[in-house]
Design a protein around this ligand. Sequence first.
Ligand SMILES: Nc1ncnc2c1ncn2[C@@H]1O[C@H](COP(=O)(O)OP(=O)(O)OP(=O)(O)O)[C@@H](O)[C@H]1O
Ligand SMILES: Nc1ncnc2c1ncn2[C@@H]1O[C@H](COP(=O)(O)OP(=O)(O)OP(=O)(O)O)[C@@H](O)[C@H]1O
Ligand SMILES: [Mg+2]
Ligand SMILES: [Mg+2]
Lengths: 253, 253
Amino acid sequence: MSRTLAILNQKGGVGKTTTAVNLAAGLALAGQPTLLVDLDPQGNATTALGLTKSTLEASIYDVLLGECPWAEATVATKVAGLDLLPATLDLANAVVELATMEAREHRLLRGLQGAAERYAVIILDTPPSLGLLPINCLVAADAVLIPMQCEFFALEGLAQLEHTMRLIKRGLNPRLEVFGILLTMMDSRAKLCRDVADAVRRQYGPRVFATAIPRTIRLSEAPSYGEAIYTFDPKGKGAQAYRALTQEVIARC
Amino acid sequence: MSRTLAILNQKGGVGKTTTAVNLAAGLALAGQPTLLVDLDPQGNATTALGLTKSTLEASIYDVLLGECPWAEATVATKVAGLDLLPATLDLANAVVELATMEAREHRLLRGLQGAAERYAVIILDTPPSLGLLPINCLVAADAVLIPMQCEFFALEGLAQLEHTMRLIKRGLNPRLEVFGILLTMMDSRAKLCRDVADAVRRQYGPRVFATAIPRTIRLSEAPSYGEAIYTFDPKGKGAQAYRALTQEVIARC
Ligand SMILES: Nc1ncnc2c1ncn2[C@@H]1O[C@H](COP(=O)(O)OP(=O)(O)OP(=O)(O)O)[C@@H](O)[C@H]1O
Ligand SMILES: Nc1ncnc2c1ncn2[C@@H]1O[C@H](COP(=O)(O)OP(=O)(O)OP(=O)(O)O)[C@@H](O)[C@H]1O
Ligand SMILES: [Mg+2]
Ligand SMILES: [Mg+2]
């Protein structure tokens, strides 16, 4: 049974791309054929996997506009079992163009038709907003994995995100669920971080993954080498944490 | 001579709100009457200054739709000389509503008419995107202050931001300039951080502020007390850095 997971939080810089890349790679290395779709106009997931945007012939932009099937825009990555549907800079134009199209919230769902037959898991990396591109992800996804930094602004943002998800579930995608909440960049020396983590676990209970991702310099360095953490720093705390997360995700699928 | 500065970077979590709040407070404490405008639907600047969104009678949303003059939605803050034009959650709806209005890129410029007579500096805090709200900020601003984390994704994002600014300068706002690039959350122990900082200073020269903001836990805690850093941790490294930045900004105005 294939699952499509959106990695989503409108708060910026919480580790969406870092989680999308390292979870997708972890799933592929665990034997689950995985497709990572980059829906962020910044194209960070595409860069983090070592691809050069200017050499790409097609991208998610063409798929959303219906001009190219997903299979033609999809490329292999250095990680066996992990394919990527990349983003290029013209994706920034898609938001304005999509707004005028019919079924504008369903463009991604339509564009990915058939992909669920080839992949066990499809991971969607999203930009930091609740605009048309993230909405397309909420319509196409079965569930949402919410990365969250243990910072003061995080709890307020979570309430806003849940509100938007309820609207989408009621109108556009009745199967949409919260897959899990992931605590990222954990610095257990900081009291604020511990307090926020406790508050989240109290409020959201088992929906919060047991695995929390620590703040490690290696995780922030890996993208500059175009590698997932498992080859860049295989024995480090970052790789251990994302391997443990991968197992929790497989267990919940 | 009044200046309107947009604090802008489409990359998420780089310290836009932390800089907007602490620079605006720093300017007010240095005797420059300052207005901080919160244009992020998350409303983090509004919360960080201790305001409760549900008690606000009017907000930037009403000003953008032309239903309320800016002076009526503006509130005083705990910092003498600093006023705030707050954001509430309904700002998330503004993007869709603005898209259908005439002069949709000029709504903020029109909405703030007259504010430059009352304030020496107007600071605009923006959401992490290059959509209609940030575009409104680029049209209303004289210049852009770009906070940047020393991370791998940062340099790629900067090129994209400069491209968008060139388009706006050519079409909608000929006076738009780069006011300065601010290095934030600097962790000088990390080699990647030092390498990116060197690359930015080489490429952008004097446009990069001499002051770099260090990563300090106190800066991430201050918003949970609704205070700027100068009262929360007056002798710490965060307050020192933002005081030094405030002086550099006054010198460039
Ligand atoms: N666990 C971690 N430890 C250290 N650094 C991290 C960690 N996770 C992410 N980072 C770094 O923090 C920054 C933000 O992470 P990332 O880009 O993944 O967040 P994002 O939510 O995708 O951002 P955006 O909102 O812009 O899409 C990046 O520089 C990344 O390398
Ligand atoms: N110099 C610093 N040292 C430590 N933490 C910081 C620093 N600057 C910002 N932070 C923290 O990092 C997180 C991101 O900062 P902030 O919210 O200001 O970024 P932003 O660019 O406004 O994010 P968004 O893109 O979501 O609007 C916050 O939790 C903030 O408290
Ligand atoms: Mg990202
Ligand atoms: Mg912000």
